[in-house]
Design a protein around this ligand. Structure first.
Ligand SMILES: C[S@@+](CC[C@H](N)C(=O)[O-])C[C@H]1O[C@@H](n2cnc3c(N)ncnc32)[C@H](O)[C@@H]1O
Length: 239
């Protein structure tokens, strides 16, 4: 897979194939290359939901291999619908479910920007590391879909790796994302191109600020949160 400038890196088939390719090693590379930070950030994101309220049905958007499901189900025995476009990530997610038969999880293999999810069906929506592969226009559409799916009073918590504002942190962090992680990816997969893309997407995404504005534009009450000096940012709030 080449990463030349004229390739549309936001085109849905491109994104889906990218994650299909990464699925073989995504879990281990992600955990090792982040020194466990991604797992900690997922937990922090899930903990932003107010679990003391009565919640029955939630959505995990861009759910990947279901990395956040144990964290959600540790907090509450809710029904989760995972939504992901990548057949290979979903295949891994189904393997995960076979080992956890008591979990009530449905997987929808859909493009979230063109989905058939019922309106106002979500008590909560979470998403961990699934925002960076959306262009600015796609983030606007994602904000519309998120708002449509949430019921009134429904909660949202999302998180994404981001470019820290502090230059002293930004330079080594971006070097790590763009240079070191592809090398780690290569060690596990023998192909660093797919992992190189994560740094490229992150640099274009920057942080959750513009997505927050899109959600506000749709009428959601949201705020942006910063995690570990802005190395990740997130959105929390409700409809
Ligand atoms: C970086 S992974 C995150 C996976 C998981 N949530 C985690 O915490 O590691 C991003 C996921 O978003 C999915 N994705 C990207 N664009 C999507 C879209 N338009 N609709 C549904 N899923 C999408 C990809 O297939 C991939 O599995």
């Amino acid at each position: 897979m080449n990463t030349s400038d004229n390739e549309d890196i936001y085109e849905i088939n491109y994104v889906s194939r990218l994650f299909d390719r990464m699925s073989k090693t995504y879990g281990i590379t992600n955990y090792i290359s982040s020194f466990g930070f991604t797992e900690r950030w997922r937990k922090q994101c899930v903990n932003e939901i107010n679990w003391s309220l009565e919640l029955k049905q939630g959505y995990d958007l861009m759910s990947g291999m279901g990395e956040s499901w144990h964290l959600i189900l540790n907090r509450s025995k809710v029904k989760i619908t995972g939504v992901d476009i990548s057949p290979e990530m979903n295949r891994k997610a189904r393997e995960h479910l076979i080992k956890n038969v008591e979990w009530e999880v449905e997987i929808r293999e859909e493009n979230i920007l063109n989905n058939k999810i019922a309106s106002e069906s979500a008590d909560f929506i979470v998403s961990t590391f699934g925002l960076k592969t959306f262009s600015k226009n796609q983030l606007r559409e994602l904000a519309k879909e998120t708002t449509r799916i949430l019921r009134k009073g429904g909660q949202i918590a999302m998180i994404e790796i981001s470019v820290p504002r502090n230059i002293i942190l930004k330079i080594p962090y971006m070097f790590y994302l763009k240079i070191v992680i592809p090398i780690i990816g290569k060690i596990f997969q023998g192909d660093s191109n797919a992992y190189k893309m994560l740094g490229i997407y992150c640099e274009k995404f920057q942080n959750c600020e513009s997505f927050k504005k899109e959600l506000e534009h749709q009428g959601l009450n949201v705020e942006m949160k910063s995690y570990f000096f802005g190395c990740a940012t997130g959105i929390i709030g409700y409809k």
